[in-house]
Design a protein around this ligand. Structure first.
Ligand SMILES: [Zn+2]
Length: 258
């Protein structure tokens, strides 16, 4: 199987003890690509360094995750813009809006989200969107931008309903599914994943968070486990795991221009 994990926080602390082992197991599981995604300036910097050190397997995304926007240094976006020019950086993010944790005022989150979208457009790189209890607000931000033509980006760890999925698909966006889709109670989300057009479907771990079934609760999650998400979505779509893996890998390679 040829797999691509479009969203992993391999820079984060739970991987400090065994990062090389994590990469080894990923290769063993058939991963040919992993996008390591930054959440702050130091984390984005680390993602770049990791990707530069393992160019055969890793690429990077740089950005300020919405829950961190009120605690970053004043010149944070300048630092992100500088990192974004590096060759290993294939996307801008993660950005987006979080209405659940409320770690940062929504106005400030929106300001940063717009700046990330602007940077992505300038550099002609896709953006990666975090959406939690913020579907309507994100639609409001993206709709005027989509009026100018299809958008290049990923709704990451998508958990919305089909109506929201359709709205993002109509804008040209890709939908990426994480471990949540494998959970027993997620029948509706599996149905959404089964309806996404083949050329817009992506898979991810969002590791170290949320291990897929049958490993739910076993931490940290890691890229090798994306195979379980691939199998689950393949079953929902009535295709073989191999073809689902190949399809989502092709989509990631095309979107990231790897
Ligand atoms: Zn993330």
């Amino acid at each position: 199987m040829k797999l691509f994990d479009t969203h992993a926080h391999l820079d984060s602390e739970p991987f400090d003890e065994d990062r090389e082992g994590v990469l080894e197991r990923a290769r063993g599981a058939g991963l040919v690509g992993i996008c390591v995604v930054g959440c702050t300036v130091p984390s984005s910097q680390k993602c770049c360094e990791l990707a530069a050190a393992h160019p055969d397997l890793l690429c990077a995304a740089v950005g300020i995750q919405p829950n961190y926007v009120s605690s970053v240094e004043p010149a944070a976006m300048e630092a992100i813009a500088a990192l974004a020019e590096r060759p290993e950086v294939v996307a801008i993010g993660e950005t987006g809006l979080d209405g659940y944790w409320q770690d940062a005022p929504m106005d400030l989150q929106r300001e940063f989200f717009e700046q990330h979208l602007e940077l992505a457009a300038q550099l002609d790189k896709p953006f990666i969107v975090h959406m939690r209890d913020s579907g309507e607000e994100i639609l409001q931000v993206l709709t005027p931008r989509a009026a100018g033509g299809p958008l290049r980006g990923i709704m990451h760890s998508f958990t919305g309903d089909w109506e929201l999925a359709e709205a993002f698909l109509a804008m040209g966006l890709h939908l990426s599914f994480a471990g949540m889709v494998t959970f027993k109670k997620s029948a509706e989300l599996r149905h959404v994943a089964s309806r996404v057009p083949a050329d817009r479907l992506l898979i991810e771990t969002d590791s170290p968070y949320l291990s897929p079934e049958p490993l739910r609760g076993k931490r940290p999650n890691e890229p090798a486990r994306v195979v379980h998400t691939a199998r689950c979505i393949a079953e929902a779509r009535g295709v073989s795991p191999e073809s689902l893996a190949e399809l989502t890998t092709e989509n990631a390679v095309r979107l990231f221009r790897r």
